[in-house]
Design a protein around this ligand. Structure first.
Ligand SMILES: [Zn+2]
Length: 103
């Protein structure tokens, strides 16, 4: 199970986007990377008929290494490490190691 999931709020810990926060659009589990909204935006040249109707340059979010992302706790608002806790019904749940709240 990945510690970061779609729609999580994350903070970038390394690289040129360090310190920025965004919401996870998609986790590319096989690559160990994730696409985060508004983060690591790169310019991409396109020809008509590919992704765009018109030729030109589009902004595109490039994937980031999961190892360089930290989950931002929805309870305490801090980038945090995530623990896994076994609930009474046998399911696993993530919790924030900073404040102890389930996320
Ligand atoms: Zn917390």
């Amino acid at each position: 199970m990945s510690r970061i999931k779609r729609d999580d709020m994350v903070e970038v810990r390394k690289g040129r986007e360090r310190g920025k926060r965004g919401r996870v659009r998609e986790v590319l589990a096989n690559e160990g990377r994730a696409i985060v909204a508004e983060i690591n935006v790169v310019k991409k040249h396109v020809k008509p008929g590919q992704q765009a109707r018109q030729a030109g340059i589009i902004d595109m979010e490039a994937p980031l290494q999961l190892a360089n992302l930290a989950l931002v706790c929805s309870k305490c608002g801090k980038p945090t490490r995530v623990g896994t806790r076994l609930l009474e019904d046998g399911s696993k749940s993530r919790y924030c190691k900073t404040c102890g709240e389930l996320t």
